[in-house]
Write a protein that binds this ligand. Sequence first.
Ligand code: DLL
Length: 443
Amino acid sequence: MTTQFPFENRIYDKAETMSPARRRGLQLKRLRDVVDRVAEVPFYKEAFARAGITPESIRSLDDLRRLPFTTKDDLRRHYPLGFLAVPRDKIARLHGSSGTTGKPTFVAYTAEDLSTWADLCARFLVAGGLRSEHMVHIAFGYGLFTGGFGLHYGVERVGAAVVPVASGNTPRQVMLIRDLRPDALVCTPSYALNIAEAVRTEGIGPGELSLKFAHLGGEPWTEDMRIQIEREMGLLAFNNYGLSEVIGPGVSGECAARCGMHIQEDHFLVECLDPDTLEPVAMGQRGELVFTTLTRQAMPVIRYRTRDIAALDEAPCPCGRTAVRMSRVVGRSDDMLIIRGVNVFPSQIEEALLRVEGTAPHYLIEVDRPGTMDEVTVRVEIRAGDFSDKMSRLQELHDRIDREIQSITGIRANVELVEPQTLERSMGKAKRVIDHRREKGLF
Ligand code: DLL
């Protein structure tokens, strides 16, 4: 039986179709190499010494389980570049993602890493229909965030044309899409919905847009959102996944069959573990994804705990790619929130509040998506004395909280000052976050 794809199924790199047995051989060799490469990184040096790990002691892929985990906290403790595995003069670029403290965790790339990264992004872009004759509108932020630059060089590697618009100013996005007639859109799924809404407001029908494909990632989304984006813009939408600490976008992406995202297993070893016991779950069961980078030079990570919950599927895929697929991310095993594509920890908001005199340590964060964009409201109880005070004092408090939240998290929140003793007190763990997006089934 031949599978009907929505377009010709093309493979960017024949490594994507190598037999699983051959790939396992390659992974083992690369695992030994990476253990060797990180041997002088202080964190791994100590952990390897404790567990008696040397490159030679890695005899099979099962030995992966003897290696230590790496967490975001570990990276933070070695801020900014304590995980660097090459001399500093070999760094070609730095990116970063927000951490729990307001300081980003940095990720370094050598020139070779940047080239590998471009190839990995090119793989999923080609799998999702991108061809050299296409033009791509990139509406991801360019900066420390890996989305903009990662996809930018991936598109260039395919040989397609890039329009590096970056995010924001939605009416201008619509104008450029209408005037330049790009074939593909690259951004977060929620921003795609926002652009779709602006398109509708301008009275442009789905059939009038030039866009054929959207390559969306950076945050969780649902099949319902896919249907809505596709219907409103008259295109095919593809999911791609990644995280800065592992490389950025390019860890996995959907092919034309759109039944899960192929993980680029020749570059990343994946495990799916029970987040409590850290034991592997059965194939097809949900667990926390843990990645080991096999080829990165500047800053490899061993068994990086993503906190992302998803399931793996190793059933053969009609596209011919042999790599295991991951499901959509269905949740996280920590409390990180993704707001308009930006990672935000409740502890960052708490830190912002602690910087402002006159706020009590009682607060509640509510996240919602009333239209297409995420909105955050932070309700803060203020101290009894302060509440009866002058309006100007309240306004001053409000503005300071607003500024601190923005400076620590990079996002704008609606700040509401509430009277003392009005927020519900909890008997056990404080409930600091209500995410209405979850109740609405938005992820
Ligand atoms: O978001 C990298 C990226 C950029 C991927 C653009 C795809 C496209 P970080 O800012 O470090 O990196 O955030 C990583 O975002 O652990 C997931 O929780 C979430 N995430 C990324 N892609 C997806 C996706 C980039 N397709 C964190 N579905 C990850 C669900 C996603 N969650």
